[in-house]
Design a protein around this ligand. Structure first.
Ligand code: SF4
Length: 690
C-alpha cells in the first residue's frame, strides 16, 4: 500500500474489508487504494467499497443543520439553534407524556463508541426505556438462537480463515457473491481443498451456481428442511453419541421433535426432492468437519429463532461444534452488526452484552456511569414495536444512523407513524427519506472523517481511522450527544473523543460476555484487530470460541426442540404467490449512501420483480415490462426480470428503494416471539400487469 495512505475500513458491510485512503486533488478528497495486508479481504474490495470515496463529495452530503420552519420547510440553521430545538422538544415531551414517550432509534452501522454512548444517553440523560435499533431487523434471530444454544452470541465463533478448512459448509439463505463478494474466496478455497459446499436458497443465485449441491426450498420452510435433515441423520445412525453425551443437554426432546418430521412430509412442505435431502445429509455426515452458516434468508421470519435453532441442532447432533473447523455461524450484515448489538443500544441490553433485567449487570454498569442502579430504566420496546408506537405512546424520536422509512417492514405505515410524531430529529450524512420527514436534521461525520472501532462478523474488533477532515459545518455523532447531554443537565460523562469513549466502554464491558477490557486502539492497530472476549491487556483475544466449553452455565451446549410452522401469511386464492426480498451487488441496505454513488446507481438504478418464465407466460408479462406487486399492505410497480433462477411459485424484489418502489411496502411485520424479528423474507402477494 502507498506510504501516504491511511489504513482503514470500508463504510458498508460486516466483512469490514481493509482499504487504504490516499488524499488526492479531485472531485473526491481521497481515493481508495489497496490494503493487501489486512487478512480478511487481502486487498480485495467489491464495487461498493471501491467507490466509497464518492459519498465524501461535498455536493452529496449535508453540511448544515436543517430546522423545519413554521411554514413546513427545512431551512438551514446554526448548530446552537438546532440543538436548542432538540433539547427543548425532548424536555417538553418527557414533561408532558413521561420519559418513555421520548424514543431513540440507532443503527447497526454506528461505531462501538457511538452505540455505547447512544445507549448511555438514552438511559442516563433521557431516562427512557424506549431505545432500539435497526440491527433488530438484521441478525437478531441468529443472535437469540446462538445465545440459547451456546450462551454466547458471536456471529462467527471462529475466524473466516477456518472456513476453507472445513469438510463441508452449508450456506443457508445467503448470497455473498452479491452481498460481500470478497467472502467468496473462502468458499472457493473450501472447494479447492476438497470440501463440499451446499447452498440453500429459493433463488439459484451466483453463490448457488458454485455449489456442489443446491437446494431450493419454498420461502419460509428452512425450519422444516433442517428438521428433515436431522431426521435422516438420526434414522441413518449418524449422530455423534459421545459428543452429545459429553458436551450437550436436551437431546432426547430434540430427537423426538425431529423424528416427527418425516422426510416425505418435509419434501412436500419444502419442495426439495427427497433424493436431494438424502444427499445433503450424506455430504454433511461424511465430512471430517462441517459448518452451517446462516444469513438473512432463514433468520428474517416470525419463526427465525426456531429456524436457526434447528440448524444449530443439526450441528450439535453430529458433533460439529466446539472443535476446529466445525460449527454454526451467522453471516452478519451491517458494518457493525456485531458490535452494534453488544454495547447497549438494544432495548433489553447494557454494554458488554449484559442484560438490562439482571441486577448484577445493572449494578456494574451503573457504577461505571456513576448513577444509582435503580435509576436505570428497564427493557423497552423492540424496533418495530417502537416504530409502531410513534405518535401514540412515543411522541418524540431521535434517530441516529438509520433510515427506517425505507428499511422497516410495512414501510408506508412506518413513514405515516414518523409523520405522526410531535417531534423528529435525525442525525445523518445525507438527507435520507427519514431525515426528509424530520423537524431537525443534524449533518454528521461519516466513516473516513472520523475514528472509531467496529466489530466485524468474526468478532474481530477493528479500527476505522480518520483519513480526511469533514467539511465545515459537520460534527460527529459523539459531539452531538456531548452537546445535547450538556444542554439537558449532564455536563460530564459524555466525551466527544472516540478513544476516551472506548476507554469507558472497556470498563463497562469488563466481565461481560463481550468483554473488551483488554482491547486498545494501539493493540488493534498492531494486531490487525483483536477478537473478543479479551479481558485483560495481556490476553491474546479469542479467535475460536467453545473449544473447551460452551458459554452456558454448565459449559454444555443446549439443544432446543423446535417444530415447523407455516409463515405468518401463507399464499391463498387472492394472493397466490410468495414474495421474498434481498440485496443486489451494487446497492447497500436502504440505499441512502449507494443510491448517491453514480457508478453504483447506474449499475443498479431501481428495483425489479424477478419471476419465473412460466409465471411470466401465465401473466402475459415480458422482460422489462412494468408489473404490479400487490399485497395486503401495498402496491408497487417495477419492471419484470424474467429468470429461470427462481421458483415458479415465488417472486423476488430487492429492497434498497423508497416509497412506491419499495419492496418493504409489502413486508409483513409479524414478529418472532423471541427475537422480535419481523417477517421480511416471506409474504403473500399477487402480480398484475401494469
Ligand atoms: Fe465493503 Fe462489504 Fe464490499 Fe468489503 S464486501 S468492500 S466491506 S461492502
Amino acid at each position: 500500500m502507498s506510504e501516504s495512505a491511511v489504513e482503514t475500513h470500508c463504510p458498508y458491510c460486516a466483512l469490514q474489508c481493509g482499504m487504504g485512503l490516499r488524499r488526492v486533488a479531485g472531485a473526491e478528497p481521497v481515493e481508495v487504494v489497496e490494503r493487501a495486508g489486512f487478512p480478511v479481504n487481502l486487498g480485495a474490495l467489491c464495487g461498493k467499497g471501491a467507490t466509497a470515496a464518492a459519498v465524501l463529495r461535498p455536493g452529496v452530503r449535508l453540511t448544515s443543520p436543517l430546522v423545519r420552519s413554521a411554514g413546513g420547510e427545512l431551512r438551514q440553521a446554526s448548530w446552537a439553534q438546532a440543538l436548542d430545538r432538540i433539547g427543548d422538544a425532548l424536555t417538553s415531551t418527557a414533561r408532558t407524556h413521561g420519559r418513555d414517550a421520548v424514543g431513540v432509534f440507532g443503527g447497526g452501522g454506528l461505531t462501538n463508541e457511538k452505540a455505547y454512548l447512544l445507549g448511555k444517553f438514552a438511559r442516563v440523560v433521557l431516562g427512557t426505556s424506549t431505545i432500539d435499533y435497526n440491527g433488530r431487523f438484521c441478525m437478531s434471530s441468529a443472535a437469540a438462537a446462538g445465545t440459547r444454544a451456546f450462551g454466547v452470541d458471536r456471529g462467527l465463533p471462529f475466524p473466516l480463515a477456518d472456513v476453507p478448512r472445513a469438510g463441508c459448509v452449508v450456506l443457508v439463505g445467503g448470497n455473498p457473491a452479491e452481498t460481500m463478494p470478497p467472502f467468496v474466496r473462502y468458499l472457493r478455497e473450501l472447494r479447492e481443498n476438497g470440501g463440499r459446499l451446499i447452498v440453500v436458497d429459493p433463488r439459484r443465485t451466483r453463490t448457488a451456481e458454485s455449489a456442489d449441491l443446491y437446494l431450493a426450498p419454498r420461502p419460509g420452510t428452512d425450519l422444516a428442511l433442517a428438521l428433515g435433515l436431522l431426521h435422516l441423520v438420526v434414522a441413518d445412525g449418524r449422530t455423534d453419541k459421545r459428543f452429545i453425551a459429553e458436551r450437550t443437554t436436551g437431546w432426547e426432546e430434540t430427537r423426538a421433535a425431529a423424528m416427527a418430521h418425516w422426510p416425505e412430509h418435509v419434501e412436500a412442505v419444502t419442495g426439495v426432492p427427497l433424493p436431494q435431502l438424502r444427499r445433503a445429509a450424506a455430504l454433511f455426515c461424511d465430512a471430517t468437519s462441517a459448518m452451517v452458516l446462516t444469513a438473512r434468508g432463514p433468520e428474517q421470519h416470525a419463526k427465525g429463532t426456531d429456524t436457526v435453532s434447528a440448524w444449530i441442532n443439526l450441528c450439535l447432533a453430529t458433533g460439529n461444534a466446539g472443535r476446529p473447523y466445525a460449527g454454526y455461524g451467522c453471516l452478519t450484515g451491517q458494518g457493525n452488526g456485531q458490535g452494534g448489538r453488544e454495547h447497549g443500544q438494544k432495548a433489553d441490553q447494557l454494554p458488554g452484552y449484559r442484560k438490562l433485567d439482571d441486577p448484577a449487570a445493572r449494578a456494574h454498569v451503573a457504577a461505571v456511569w456513576g448513577v444509582d442502579p435503580a435509576a436505570l430504566p428497564g427493557p423497552g420496546r423492540s424496533a418495530y414495536e417502537l416504530l409502531d408506537a410513534l405518535g401514540q405512546e412515543v411522541h418524540s424520536l431521535l434517530v441516529m444512523g438509520s433510515n427506517p422509512a425505507v428499511s422497516a417492514p410495512r414501510s408506508a405505515r412506518v413513514a405515516d407513524r414518523l409523520r405522526a410524531l410531535d417531534f423528529l430529529a435525525v442525525c445523518d450524512v445525507v438527507l435520507s427519506e427519514t431525515a426528509a420527514l424530520a423537524d431537525v436534521v443534524l449533518p454528521v461525520t461519516q466513516w473516513a472523517e472520523e475514528t472509531g472501532t467496529l466489530t466485524n462478523l468474526e468478532g474481530r474488533v477493528i479500527l476505522r481511522r480518520k483519513a480526511v477532515d469533514p467539511p465545515e459545518g459537520v460534527r460527529s455523532d459523539l459531539e452531538v450527544l456531548h452537546r445535547l447531554a450538556r444542554r439537558l443537565g449532564h455536563p460530564d460523562g459524555f466525551p466527544s473523543d472516540p478513544e476516551e469513549v472506548f476507554a469507558e466502554l472497556r470498563r463497562a464491558s469488563a466481565g461481560g460476555t463481550a468483554d473488551y477490557a483488554g482491547i486498545s486502539y494501539r493493540r488493534i492497530a498492531a494486531e490487525d484487530g483483536v477478537f473478543w472476549p479479551c479481558p485483560s491487556p495481556g490476553h491474546p483475544g479469542t479467535p475460536r470460541l467453545f473449544l473447551e466449553r460452551f458459554g452456558t452455565e454448565d459449559g454444555r451446549a443446549r439443544f432446543t426442540p423446535v417444530q415447523h410452522r407455516p409463515a405468518a401469511e401463507e399464499p391463498d386464492a387472492e394472493f397466490p404467490l410468495r414474495l421474498t426480498t434481498g440485496r443486489v451487488l451494487s446497492q447497500y441496505q436502504s440505499g441512502a449512501q449507494t443510491r448517491r454513488v453514480p457508478a453504483l446507481n447506474s449499475a443498479a438504478p431501481g428495483p425489479y420483480v424477478e419471476l419465473h418464465p412460466q409465471l411470466a407466460e401465465r401473466l402475459g408479462v415480458r422482460e422489462g415490462e412494468p408489473v404490479a406487486v400487490v399485497s395486503r399492505r401495498g402496491r408497487t410497480v417495477s419492471p419484470a426480470r424474467v429468470s429461470g433462477a427462481i421458483r415458479p411459485d415465488t417472486v423476488f424484489m430487492p429492497f434498497h428503494w423508497p416509497g412506491e418502489r419499495g419492496a418493504n411496502a409489502h413486508t409483513n411485520p409479524a414478529l418472532d416471539p423471541v427475537s422480535r424479528m419481523p417477517e421480511f423474507k416471506v409474504c403473500a402477494v399477487r402480480l398484475e400487469r401494469a
